[in-house]
Write a protein that binds this ligand. Structure first.
Ligand code: HEC
Ligand code: HEC
Length: 115
């Protein structure tokens, strides 16, 4: 058991998601990120720095992923702007507990049979 999550406060360096987004504790967006990739918070934050620090490049990748998720969900009627409202596609849709989901470009394939 870790320490209880700190109280919610408005984001300091939230560049994409709304400033009032829940970032700590149960039912928070960050918990969703952690679970979708099956990593810990330090995977995108880490390095002993506060979570508003933007030094970890994975945090930037995650920001681009948020934009990607928004773009995909736009194609589905009735969805909100991630993370608000109904979403057809989430981080888990692709990641499924893996920071490196299989894509056509990184999928293993059997070597061609020797002639
Ligand atoms: C997949 C990467 C990723 C993981 C894992 C992750 N975060 Fe984040 N976190 C981000 C990104 C990206 C932002 C900034 C979002 C933005 O710019 O809108 C952020 C922002 C935050 C902020 C707001 C900081 C500020 O600017 O005030 C807090 C607090 C935070 N995360 C806590 C956590 C906690 C706690 C966990 C674990 C439960 C966690 N994060 C896991 C990517 C991640
Ligand atoms: C449409 C599929 C898809 C969706 C949706 C998606 N991702 Fe990704 N994500 C990928 C692929 C593919 C990679 C590249 C994996 C690799 O490098 O092998 C990736 C890579 C990442 C990485 C970098 C991992 C690393 O260590 O290099 C982070 C962080 C990440 N995604 C976070 C997120 C978050 C957070 C969300 C939801 C807001 C999300 N992703 C939604 C497909 C997706």
């Amino acid at each position: 058991m870790g320490a209880p999550p700190p109280p919610q406060r408005p984001g300091i360096s939230l560049k994409i998601v709304p400033v009032e987004t829940r970032v700590h504790g149960a039912e928070s967006l960050m918990g969703e990120f952690r679970d979708a990739l099956n990593v810990d918070c330090a995977y995108c934050h880490g390095g002993g720095r506060p979570q508003e620090t933007d030094a970890n490049p994975r945090k930037d990748v995650a920001r681009k992923m948020i934009l990607l998720v928004r773009q995909i969900n736009q194609k589905f009627p009735g969805t909100g702007v991630f993370p608000v409202g109904e979403q057809k596609v989430t981080c888990y849709t692709c990641h499924r507990g893996d920071p490196h989901p299989v894509t056509l470009s990184n999928r293993r394939y059997p070597a061609p049979a020797p002639k």
